[in-house]
Design a binder for this molecule. Structure first.
Ligand code: SF4
Ligand code: SF4
Length: 613
């Protein structure tokens, strides 16, 4: 049976029925439409149903869906047409401007259908919503139009974190109280819309996994900074360097088919280098540096009768929480900056000088498990490297720059790697670049609850006692209990320490300190805004659940145990930094570059300080 069809302007006769894809291949039709925009050049999946389109009898359809259909007698098939070009243009423009794939969004709509069946929304009404996005800058964005009004985010913020920054309005949906929001990002982890890998019937069939847009956007999500970093990497004027946090190495492999907790440190060095970063550094280095400063600060407070208990300061969600709800406890906060900010400050001073790079050209990108790190990097006072050079008369006032230029979450980092067509799982194991990268086993455990405390005790004990601490792990501090306690004898003083993770647990401890209760008698307390610490951070890959948290914790613990050096003060590059540049912990330059001050933000909120219920 012969068939006559029209293929573009050509009349084609087929001797027998054939598949659409076979016909296109036999007549050498290109299957992937070239992207219209340079910044979308990574889209080259031949099965991509978003851009790989064909017009059949006047209807635009994805080739991947129609590939196996048999052509009919009289069929008109077009691989180029005004209609096709218009659809392609519209889809790619949406992709570029909204960083969202409409095909993936449609697949995700089963969540909305489920919400309708539970009586949460009416799909017909939802289709008419035209709300503006709501922001908690520079970290979070809520898209009311894709929200299914399940209120999981509101419950997380109010009940699990005990912050109360989200509320629900029957007409408008979820509302932010920006002044109360700590930017912890835990609400993102609870949102059922987005970031999850699409079920097998969807994206997997079309080979979407390596595509940067293969994860649907959440209704609650971070403000996406990947386009900024992509642009910076293409900018020849910029010298773009990168650091990544302790917890990221035990997480990022999940997006590339590896088990939660699999360590990808060496692969990540390799992948980031191939993306074009000029220096691949490691926040583990500055975690050791933080211990040097924070540990000495504790010893100083113990000796000089300073404000106790000393609170850790590396979790920016916790810092903001303290500033908003417990400003009276600000004097308890360690003045040591977080590892992210310490690395930014020494990168644009010491490292820039050693490498002969103009600090104004250096562009520091951080990969963090955390959405609050975005607001931390943007804090006005986080420009110590600028003021260092300004004092030397090497930069002008109008050339002010931040120590860290942009922060990506783990989710955004996975997207960036995919934009660069990097399959992390297939990367070789490489080494980082020297100067700001070496680390000891004390650094990776910053990524889990109790780790900062444990790392600090290892160094503080040895500095004071002058002999090694026999027991390096404090088992009671490494568990998932919300509040944990331990004590260690340091030079005759019984140092009482506590650890709290999750902001509702932080509140219990803060109330006790404020009211002169049990915890006011402690010497050192570690606070982390997120459940499990950074391995459960609001910027981590989704799902982040109890099992996944435990597996990631196992990963950072392995990194610690397998390390030949396990105490921060033994880090050779940290020792070199003090010898060549900083001089000594808590010294003049350290104070200028590595320490900071905090702000009472209670007046910015509607409610009075301490009403975090
Ligand atoms: S980021 Fe944290 S504090 Fe802010 S709304 Fe979400 S859960 Fe609440
Ligand atoms: S933002 Fe997400 S978690 Fe919050 S109500 Fe909407 S769908 Fe639910």
């Amino acid at each position: 049976m012969t068939l006559a069809i029209q293929l573009d302007e050509q009349q084609v006769t087929l001797e027998s029925p054939a598949r659409l894809l076979t016909v296109l291949a036999q007549h050498k039709r290109r299957l992937v439409h070239p992207p219209l925009f340079e910044e979308l050049s990574w889209i080259d999946n031949p099965r991509c149903p978003l851009i790989n389109l064909v017009e059949v009898d006047g209807q635009v359809v994805p080739i991947a869906v129609w590939a196996d259909r048999l052509v009919r007698d009289g069929m008109v098939i077009r691989t180029r047409s005004e209609q096709l070009e218009a659809v392609l243009q519209e889809r790619l423009t949406h992709l570029r401007d909204h960083q969202e794939c409409q095909f993936i969004r449609q697949l995700q709509e089963f969540v909305a259908a489920e919400a309708e069946s539970r009586g949460l929304i009416e799909l017909e009404k939802r289709a008419e919503w035209r709300f503006e996005p709501r922001m908690s800058p520079p970290s979070l964005l809520h898209d009311p139009n894709s929200c299914v009004r399940c209120r999981a985010c509101v419950d997380t913020c109010n009940d699990i974190q005990g912050v109360g920054a989200l509320s629900f309005d029957e007409k408008q949906g979820v509302l932010f109280d920006d002044a109360k929001c700590t930017r912890c990002g835990q609400c993102i982890l609870s949102c059922p819309v987005g970031f999850r890998k699409m079920p097998g019937f969807g994206a997997d069939i079309f080979g979407c996994d390596p595509c940067p847009f293969s994860r649907p956007l959440g209704a609650m999500r971070e403000i996406d900074d990947t386009p900024k970093v992509w642009k910076a990497l293409k900018d020849r004027e910029k010298y773009v360097v990168v650091q990544f946090a302790p917890a990221v190495r035990a997480t990022l492999g999940e997006e590339f088919g590896m088990e939660p907790g699999a360590l990808v440190t060496g692969k990540l060095y390799a992948g980031l280098r191939r993306l074009g970063f000029k220096q691949v550094w490691d926040t583990n280095f500055s975690a050791d540096l933080t211990i040097m400063e924070e540990g000495h600060e504790l010893l100083d407070r113990l000796k000089q009768g300073g404000k106790l208990p000393q609170f850790t300061s590396c979790s920016p969600g916790w810092i903001r929480y303290c500033e908003i709800f417990y400003p009276d406890l600000i004097p308890n906060l360690s003045t040591a900056k977080s590892p992210q900010q310490m690395l930014g400050a020494v990168a644009k001073t010491h490292a820039a000088e050693k490498l002969g790079i103009d600090p104004r050209r250096m562009y520091v990108v951080s990969i963090m498990p955390c959405t609050a790190k975005k607001i931390e990097a943007a804090r006005e006072e986080m420009d110590s490297s600028y003021s260092y050079w300004r004092e030397k008369g090497r930069v002008k006032q109008e050339e002010r720059f931040q120590d860290v230029d942009v922060v990506l979450t783990s989710r955004e980092a996975a997207k960036l790697l995919k934009m660069g067509k990097i399959d992390l799982a297939a990367m070789p194991e490489e080494q980082p670049d020297p100067l700001l990268s070496q680390y000891t086993g004390a650094a990776p455990i910053f990524g889990r609850t109790g780790g900062v405390m444990e790392a600090a005790l290892r160094t503080a004990y040895e500095v004071v006692a002058g002999k090694p601490l026999e027991q390096l792990e404090f088992e009671s501090l490494g568990t998932m209990e919300g509040v944990k306690v331990a004590s260690v004898s340091v030079d005759g003083i019984e140092v009482k320490v506590a650890v709290a993770h999750g902001l509702a647990n932080a509140r219990k401890v803060c109330e006790s300190v404020r009211q002169g209760g049990e915890f006011s008698q402690y010497h050192f307390i570690e606070f982390m805004a997120c459940d499990g610490g950074c391995i459960g951070g609001g910027g981590q890959l989704i799902p982040t659940n109890t099992m996944v948290r435990k597996a990631r914790t196992g990963g950072v613990n392995r990194d610690d145990c397998e390390h030949p050096l396990r105490k921060s003060h033994l880090n050779p590059e940290v020792q070199q930094l003090y010898a060549e540049f900083l001089n000594e912990p808590l010294g003049h330059l350290s104070h200028h570059l590595l320490h900071t001050a905090y702000v009472d933000r209670s007046r910015q909120t509607q409610s009075s300080a301490g009403s975090a219920e």
